[in-house]
Design a protein around this ligand. Sequence first.
Ligand SMILES: [Mg+2]
Length: 239
Amino acid sequence: MALRGKITHCIFDMDGLLLDTEVFYTVAQDKVFEDFKECGYQERKQELKGMMMGRKSQDAARLVLRELGLEDEMTPDEFLERRAKILRGLLPQAKLLPGALRLLEHLRDSGVPCALATSSNRPHFLLKTQNHAELFSSCFSHQLCGDDVVNGKPHPEIFLKARDAFGEPKPAGSEACLVFEDSPLGIQGAVAGGFRSVHVPDREMAAVVGEPEKPADQTLRSLEEFRPEEWGLPPFKES
Ligand SMILES: [Mg+2]
């Protein structure tokens, strides 16, 4: 087996990678645009979702309103507030995606330092992890949200901040950190920051969001396929 790299630290995206949350955004967004039947939202739903994925909420809101010609109807803040009202009831139902629990617990129990780097804003992050709070706090030494950075993905800022916030032993550099992402924008950010990366594309969205500009080091169908030893990380114990 060829070693893909010598990884000492891991950085995880959250939405669509660890937690199945994208579906809630679709449901909430559908409801917001129900009152604007003429804007063409229904016809372009998947395409718009692809454009918004992985972006900071303000950027995504501005983009979707501009695309639909609704800038005079709602400000990005109003859109986000309407959507948030609906989301508040849905997000705490977020479930872990296949392979996430096993991998996170394995890395934690093997002493591999891990951080979370999510574009999600802090209030939404808290709702989504409400039923997984213990797992997240025990697995991640620090959890960065969209509000902790100036530049959203595909800018590498959130990954660089996550890298620099690790305690001792610190990673030797970006190339010692493995970034897990489902969105092409996230992979773009990881590559721009000099990180090694694993892309686990959302199956439904893959067709609309396309490929990252520069490919990740590895692409997997699910986190279940990840083999830590390929990256110099401790292997799973056979069960
Ligand atoms: Mg994601």
